[in-house]
Design a protein around this ligand. Structure first.
Ligand SMILES: [Zn+2]
Length: 50
């Protein structure tokens, strides 16, 4: 374990969980990134999924 957390980013359009990130535990901000979604066929905002 340690101080790293796996974060899943889900598409805000279709809710597919398309990306994972590793981040430090101390940073509590919510990840939001524009990423390409295959299901939507375009770049869509992805948000952290719990
Ligand atoms: Zn999508």
């Amino acid at each position: 374990m340690g101080d790293r957390v796996v974060v899943i980013l889900a598409c805000t359009g279709c809710k597919n969980k398309n990306y994972t990130f590793i981040r430090g535990k101390k940073k509590e901000y919510k990840l939001e990134k524009n990423k390409f979604c295959k299901a939507c066929g375009k770049s869509v905002l992805h948000k952290e999924a719990k």
